[in-house]
Write a protein that binds this ligand. Structure first.
Ligand code: ATP
Ligand code: MG
Length: 409
């Protein structure tokens, strides 16, 4: 299927000066993808008629759809109408219906110039179709261009989103939502090759890998396959990746852990040192976690490990805090003290300081305690990952160890 080229333009000096983060582009790009468009450019421009007009002229020439947001309000810096008018060579004309809609807002203004200015929002490109405002006052406009269609939408995301849906209704090619596979504990290129192997058997499925520390996601995108083939492809990719793939339905790892715990009526506790509560935070981020998550201890000091988890002070002194013995005892301590079915303990050297030849930065040891006893897992980061990346990855590993216990439950 040939995707049709589309472009996004966000207008506002606050966006290019770093005062506001542009969230409209991401929202619009995802929606355009679902409607069979390929976004080839996304541009932000300041409140400058000349710059904005030049960008619109260029993009309108060869894009089937150009979505523009922002700069449609009544104030002096709202330049989008004027820029579009000059870019497309279409005069701005006053729309009588919009004037009537705006009239009740006049009374709000004490400044008489502000009362006059409000009607700049009634100016529409000649021949444009007006999309009435839903929540704000600025209406949207849709107009034909040399390349296809151009839509002007207001900047505030909550006003923009429903109007975008109205614009997209006229383009009928709907695509299935991407299938979003979560993978833990595999490098992203391994995920890529496994997925590509599985996808060789499927037509019309595009594929991308998104990776963050501790989280790799394989996205299968409908490129003509349709929902049923996409589902079959997701099953095939998950099977090829193996048990490192924890979800095909966009779940996060913590959500998967909680779902499995709920399904098996298994309770969870944690004992965290180098992750400082991140595992507990990941679980409690999710509503309803109280059903199965009992609690956690952030035992950062040796004294806390002894007092709160019952770790043996002699073992701590002999083996050090980052040791399999201490990881085991942290997990057992959390399990017994919280009365949980499964508990995980995490202890490691998060860096950047504190590493030794024997226990370098990036060494993290996990203990998992269940009714069947306690196991440990030792990981050593390759290279010099940042403290943040190491902690994020350790959080994922801890959740994954719990997940693997739950799969057996
Ligand atoms: P209004 O009638 O509300 O003025 P407008 O079309 O003129 O509508 P702008 O003045 O450009 O919109 O933007 C209003 C507000 O909307 C900004 O202060 C900002 O909070 C938000 N906004 C604008 N563009 C974006 C964007 N691309 N991403 C996120 N927020 C945005
Ligand atoms: Mg404005």
């Amino acid at each position: 299927m040939n995707a049709r080229p589309a472009a996004i333009v966000t207008v506002g000096s606050e966006l290019v000066e770093g005062l506001r983060v542009d969230t409209n582009t991401a929202h619009i790009a995802l929606r355009l993808g679902r409607h069979g468009f390929a976004v080839t450019e996304a541009v932000s421009v300041g409140d400058d008629v000349g710059v904005c007009s030049a960008v619109l002229r260029r993009l309108a020439a060869d894009h089937e759809l150009v979505i523009v947001t922002g700069g449609l309000g009544p104030t002096h810096d709202d330049i989008t109408r004027e820029a579009a008018s000059s870019a497309l060579g279409l005069p701005l004309v006053t729309d009588a219906e919009i004037v009537e809609i705006l009239r009740p807002f006049l009374a709000r203004h004490a400044e008489s110039d502000a009362r006059d200015q409000i009607f700049t929002q009634a100016l529409v490109l000649e021949g444009a179709e007006v999309i009435p405002a839903t929540t704000g006052t600025a209406p949207g406009q849709v107009v034909a261009t040399p390349g296809g269609t151009l839509a002007l939408l207001p900047g505030p995301p909550s006003e923009m989103a429903p109007m975008l849906d109205v614009v997209l209704e006229r383009f009928d090619t709907r695509r299935a939502a991407p299938r979003d596979l979560g993978v833990v504990g595999l490098p992203e290129s391994d995920v890529q090759f496994a997925a590509q192997r599985a996808l060789a058997a499927f037509d019309g499925v595009a594929f991308t890998v998104l990776a963050r520390p501790g989280d790799v996601r394989a996205l299968l995108i409908d490129d003509g396959a349709g929902p049923d083939v996409l589902d079959a492809a997701a099953i095939a990719v998950a099977a090829e990746i193996g048990d490192a793939c924890y979800s095909q339905a966009g779940e996060t790892l913590a959500e998967t852990v909680l779902r499995l715990a709920r399904d098996t009526a298994t309770t969870i506790a944690v004992a965290e040192s180098c992750t400082g509560g991140m595992v507990a935070a990941a679980l409690t981020d999710i509503p309803g976690s109280s059903e199965v998550f009992l609690g956690g201890v952030v035992s950062y000091s040796n004294a806390a490990k002894v007092a709160l988890l019952g770790v043996d002070a002699g073992v701590l002194a002999e083996q050090g805090a980052v040791s399999t013995e201490v990881a085991e005892q942290m997990a057992i301590g959390a399990r017994t003290r919280f009365g949980a079915d499964v508990a995980v303990g995490i202890t490691g050297v998060a860096g950047p300081g504190g590493g030794t030849a024997e226990k370098p930065v990036g060494l993290v040891i996990f203990g998992v305690a269940t009714a069947n006893g306690v196991k440990t897992r030792t990981t050593q980061a390759v290279g010099t990952p940042s403290r943040a990346a190491l902690r994020a990855r350790s959080t994922a590993t801890a959740l994954d160890l719990v997940r693997r216990e739950l799969l057996k439950a």
